[in-house]
Design a protein around this ligand. Structure first.
Ligand code: ATP
Ligand code: MG
Length: 279
């Protein structure tokens, strides 16, 4: 069967609560439902993605030892109840990885190194890495291992603040050679409320800055999306006919179209946005 190399996507924004985990979990499930083999890699010690796909937080189940080179990462992969969706869970011990890794050699390449054998086996089509809300060592490791970064931006006034920092980091990773292939795969607007002027203003401002890199599909604010994690189910399995489910299904299709058709709209190191406005 025809196989393309696994795509590794870091879902990141150093701002907390913007919809990273909701996006990682639901995109992973929707992309799997579209027939791709998906690995959801929970790299956040909060372990919200882990519980979001119905797994308990279990001591010793996270990538921690694998990142320190003491174990194979493949041994940490677990099945979920959902077809074609597997997960590397997290738990609170990953907090320690930040500190341990900072002291170790090649500390930014630990995730890339640990993932390598899994990617070489072509066991998955897409890996989604759910990052913690910081640009600390775990997130930088995800960036170093990724082909692309997907940034969820909440439709609120301060949305743009986070992305300027991420842009800077992306160009640094390029310039230092840590990950020259890394690109800003896309920006997804989350918690959109079409009834408010603010949501619409934020979206048009973000589109002005990031043009085609902003996904057309926007994720609406929806209580069903917020409820689903407490049932350990992605939205397509919790409430398939909700607006949130429809949105993530469309986003998954848009993402796959983007992944399947290279190159991306614009390189992450493109510098200042075309509008000339400094973000
Ligand atoms: N589209 C949405 N509509 C309504 N609630 C949402 C939506 N997306 C996310 N939420 C809720 O907002 C909160 C934050 O979302 P989420 O956990 O996905 O953000 P995060 O960026 O991963 O947070 P953290 O930075 O803490 O990891 C959660 O309670 C989640 O259920
Ligand atoms: Mg999260």
């Amino acid at each position: 069967m025809w196989r393309v190399p696994t795509k590794v996507i870091a879902v990141a924004n150093q701002k907390g609560g913007v919809g990273k985990t909701t996006t990682a979990v639901n995109l992973a499930a929707c992309v799997a439902a579209l027939g791709r083999r998906v690995l959801l890699f929970d790299l956040d010690p909060q372990a919200n993605a882990t519980s979001g796909v119905g797994l308990e937080k279990v001591e010793g189940a996270s990538a921690y030892h694998a990142l320190l080179g003491q174990e194979e990462l493949a041994k940490k992969i677990q099945n979920t109840a959902f077809e074609r969706l597997e997960v590397i869970p997290s738990e609170v011990d990953l907090c320690g990885a930040d500190i341990e890794l900072a002291r170790s050699e090649g500390h930014l390449q630990r995730v890339a190194r640990a993932l390598r054998p899994i990617l070489d086996q072509q066991r998955f089509d897409v890996v989604f890495v759910d990052c913690p809300p910081s640009l600390g060592i775990l997130t930088l490791n995800a960036f170093a291992a990724a082909d692309g970064v997907l940034v969820p931006l909440q439709c609120e006034y301060y949305a743009l603040e986070g992305i300027s920092m991420i842009n800077r980091i992306l160009s640094q990773l390029h310039d230092t050679g840590v990950n020259p292939k890394l690109e800003l795969l896309g920006v997804v607007m989350t918690m959109f409320d079409g009834r408010t002027k603010l949501s619409q203003q934020v979206v048009s401002e973000v589109r002005e800055h990031f043009g085609e890199r902003v996904f057309e599909t926007m994720i609406p604010r929806s209580t069903r999306l917020a409820e689903a994690p407490s049932f350990g189910k992605p939205i397509i399995y919790y409430d398939k006919f909700s607006t949130g489910s429809a949105a993530y299904e469309l986003l998954a299709q848009e993402l796959l179209d983007r992944l399947d058709s290279k190159p991306a709209p614009a390189p992450a190191s493109a510098g200042q946005p075309e509008s000339g406005v400094i973000v």
